[in-house]
Write a protein that binds this ligand. Structure first.
Ligand SMILES: Cc1cc2nc3c(=O)[nH]c(=O)nc-3n(C[C@H](O)[C@H](O)[C@H](O)COP(=O)(O)OP(=O)(O)OC[C@H]3O[C@@H](n4cnc5c(N)ncnc54)[C@H](O)[C@@H]3O)c2cc1C
Length: 546
């Protein structure tokens, strides 16, 4: 008699969306393509399309692996010698290597062409969608270059940081074709207020050389080849370059104490460090540390804005993909009127974030030749950093909700995006710091104020609701003193106006809906657009159907 085994199949798997899959993140993104064309990056389309293919394929997959295994600090070797190294998943190095060789960390400096900053910003935006943790060492490496260029003795550092080569080996930079860089400003007793730094920089016999004693409380990318640090020299707070290896090949005198156990940003290591007589070279003048390093910070702040915009874009793409394939109550989620409203509202928010970020990238690109653009970059970076970063966490949560329970499960990527989303508003100057910086620029930098006013006026005369909102902030734009307590109120309004002006100026098909919903008094959640909104058109534009 033959035994009848039970069938293993208990049910048919049905109504599950196909995997997000291999996509070209550039080709999918009309808002990005149009922003690049409007903001002067058109010469780099082939480069961006190629990177979009990588970011939506190999890098997208590598991002899951790089975040599955968190970096491991190894302080000593088997014989008890200090080694202070960090081990990463191989996927982390794959992400870094691909990004570096394709210019994510340096295209702006080695492509001698107008629009290179805009293209680098778009590369960074594409990369960040696949994997956000590696954006930290990439952005710091990119942003350190103009600071290092100020010091002729550090020309090799500046040029190797900009080079499209990744070499993770722990060697003196003379033995490497490409390097990565970090920054050390934050100490235990104060991060926003770096004047409270206690780390000392004692001059050595050779001019420009110092010995560092003290600590940094947050010190990301601890496997970098060098860091720009702030320390108290005899003349006051000073910027210095501290290499990992001395030119002779010996380890520099610092210890990695532990790695931070972070909410997110898991592929990237952030450490605590102590300097015990570490050798460093001064960058800029003694006592001018903040003024020297601010050039780096301005660029990392732009990347915070880009990163937040990228997180929104990826969250939107995931939500829309899901809603097009998942059915409930007899139709696809996206066909339900209320879901179409939520997704359309998110698409508008995402496009505005992308458009503003790329507009600021254009200002950074033009700044060396154009004082008006330099002044605009100075104030718009702070406004955009505050607002776009502030919008990302709630946006990602809304996208999670579109996926239902699947959005709370790691395989969907949404939990990783959700953990990452708050970070950009915290580091590189938290929200209040950005808002106070805008007040300072409005009060003391007439060129920045004039550039902002000029930019906002370019949106005038196209929508009544815009003109009213602009008139309401005109006292601040004409130099009237604004109380500190009102800073967020003002900067939030300036940010939305700036996004609206950008969309109006380039004739975005979403401009009218953005203006009406954001400046015309709609609600505080996504999904409150007017019933007459062209939802189908907005969603078709947001992501091609697959
Ligand atoms: C994952 C991670 C990695 C990091 N990596 C690095 C790194 O590599 N290098 C580095 O130097 N730093 C790094 N940081 C530190 C980061 O830049 C600081 O945490 C940040 O600048 C805030 O400083 P703080 O933590 O000392 O907070 P505080 O300065 O104590 O500020 C706390 C809050 O108070 C607000 N605040 C401060 N002053 C005022 C004021 N005058 N009015 C109103 N509000 C105010 C701030 O906006 C903030 O919201 C990292 C942080 C994180 C989370």
């Amino acid at each position: 008699m033959t035994l009848q085994l039970p069938a293993f199949e208990t049910h048919v798997v049905d109504n599950q969306p196909p995997p997000f899959g291999h996509r070209n993140l550039w080709r999918d993104d009309r808002a990005l393509q149009e922003a690049i064309s409007h903001e002067g990056g058109g010469a780099f389309v082939a480069t961006l399309s190629h990177y979009g293919e990588l970011a939506g394929g190999d890098l997208y997959r590598a991002g899951f692996d790089a975040n599955r295994q968190r970096p491991l600090l190894r302080t000593h070797d088997a014989q008890g010698h200090r080694i202070d190294t960090v081990d990463f998943h191989p996927a982390y190095h794959q992400l870094m290597s691909t990004a570096k060789t394709h210019g994510v960390g340096g295209l702006s400096w080695h492509a001698q062409q107008a629009g290179a900053h805009v293209a680098r910003a778009a590369l960074s935006y594409l990369h960040h969608q696949a994997e956000a943790g590696t954006s930290c060492p990439l952005t710091m490496t990119h942003a350190a270059v103009p600071v290092l260029r100020q010091e002729p003795a550090l020309a090799e550092w500046a040029s190797k940081a900009a080079m499209p080569f990744y070499d993770p080996r722990d060697l003196p930079i003379g033995d490497k074709a490409g390097i990565t860089l970090g920054m050390g400003m934050t100490e235990k007793q104060g991060g926003s207020d770096v004047r409270a730094n206690t780390t000392t920089a004692t001059p050595l016999a050779a001019p420009g050389e110092y010995s560092l004693v003290g600590h940094k409380w947050f010190f990301s990318a601890p496997m970098s080849d060098g860091w720009l640090v702030l320390a108290q020299a005899p003349g006051g707070l000073t910027c210095l370059l501290m290499p990992r290896r001395l030119p002779c090949g010996k380890r520099n005198a610092f210890h990695l104490m532990r790695l931070k156990d972070k909410l997110g940003d898991w592929s990237n290591a952030s450490s605590e460090v102590e300097f015990c007589g570490a050798w460093a070279r001064r960058v800029g003048e003694e006592g001018r540390g903040v003024a020297t390093i601010i050039e780096m910070v301005m660029l990392t702040r732009l990347d915070c804005m880009l990163g937040a915009a990228a997180e929104m874009r990826m969250a939107l793409a995931q939500a829309l993909h899901h809603a097009r394939h998942r059915r409930s109550f007899g139709k696809c989620l996206v066909e339900h009127a209320l879901m179409a409203n939520v997704l359309s509202d998110m698409a508008i928010e995402s496009e505005a974030a992308t458009a503003l970020s790329m507009r600021v990238a254009r200002a950074v690109d033009a700044a060396p030749q154009d004082p008006r653009e330099a002044a605009f970059a100075r104030i718009a970076t702070a406004i955009g950093k505050f607002w776009v970063c502030k919008r990302a966490p709630a946006f990602v949560n809304e996208a999670q909700e579109c996926l239902g329970g699947a959005g709370y499960v790691e395989e969907s990527m949404l939990p990783r995006l959700y953990r990452q989303a708050p970070l950009n508003s915290i580091w590189e100057g938290s929200g209040n710091v950005q808002c106070l910086d805008v007040l300072r620029a409005l009060a003391r930098e007439p060129h920045a104020r004039a550039a902002l006013l000029d930019e906002l006026q370019q949106g005038s005369g196209r929508a009544e609701v815009y003109d009213h909102a602009l008139a309401a902030v005109s006292p601040a734009l004409s130099g009237e003193a604004i109380a500190e307590v009102d800073a967020r109120n003002l900067v939030a309004r300036l940010a939305v106006l700036l996004q609206a002006a950008t969309l109006l100026r380039v004739g975005s098909p979403l401009a009218t809906t953005f203006v009406q919903s954001r400046l015309g008094g709609a609600g505080h959640v996504y999904g409150v657009l007017d019933a007459a909104t062209p939802f189908t058109d907005i969603l078709a534009r947001a992501l091609p159907a697959d």
